[in-house]
Design a protein around this ligand. Sequence first.
Ligand code: GDP
Length: 347
Amino acid sequence: MEPVELRRIARTISTVENQAEGYEAILAQAYRLPRWADVIGITGPPGVGKSTLVDALTAHWAEAGERVAILAIDPSSPYSGGAVLGDRIRRTRSSGYTNTYFRSLSSRGHVGGLSETATDLVAVLSLFEFRRVIVETVGAGQSDIEIHGTADCTVVVTVPGLGDGVQASKAGLMEIGDVFAVNKADMPGAESAARTVENALAAAYIGEPGINVSDPHPVAASRPPSLTPGLAALRRRHGDISADASAWVPPVIQVVATENRLVADLAATVDLFVDWSERTGRRAERGRERAYAQIMRALTARLLAPYLRAPGADQWPAMVSTWIDKIAEGKASPVEAAQALVEGAEK
Ligand code: GDP
């Protein structure tokens, strides 16, 4: 990309990110696009090689001629060890392609919420004809789960020696993965790390990794219908072969990001999932759920605006924190707090 175009993209993104003047018009245009970029979320505990893998995937898709954008969430957080510089070093392969774009995004300080901002930015990047947006999170907090709602495919990355994959399940990552990558497969224990993830998945899924087409599935029919909330969410997202003509079972792929080994397979699996989501209507359904959340968020902001502009609104943060104290001490309820704040503002 020409420097002038890079600057234009950066400026547009900042306008939207900060909800600065003119952002509504940009979004109005972006949300009218017939198609957005495919969004690939890459998450996993710190140090598993996410940045290296994102670099490899970006190079893979860029090599195929696609315009690829990377949104790195909170690369400067303490968890990733001040990786802003590191990212630049690790983006050794993909930075050579002029059809790629890199942008970091703080997980805090957005007027909406992180996932709303990320969704808006995906729309904006689509306006600049990016075919793919890779969102990289640090895998150490809420942002991973939040971003998951924005991704068309979420890849959860682990490595050998993490200790029976407990880390991933603790962080709730097992439940957001559409595809699992065991990176650093050049190290001992990759096979067993992959087995561990597969065994964990076997508790929730029936069928073979990838797309399953069977009607009716012989084993599925004998499964008890009682589902935990986590399982129910998985079935909604990936289908249940006893009820759906086509269901997805997350594949586990062993890769070596540093050597580019099986990165092409991982990329192909991601594409397979995105296509499947699209064909089964799940992508559209997720888009509708997202739109609902976005409308509610925008509506709340709109309804609150007059109160926040009213004289004395600068007292709100202090008043809110007083109410938080009261609630924490068991002396008030949140509803009472909201009522009092609104009445105070209307006086
Ligand atoms: P992140 O914190 O998850 O983004 O991890 P990084 O991408 O920063 O990688 C952490 C370290 O693991 C770096 O020193 C990488 O060079 C190394 N690394 C990444 N991928 C591989 C791999 O496939 N094999 C090996 N042996 N090391 C890797």
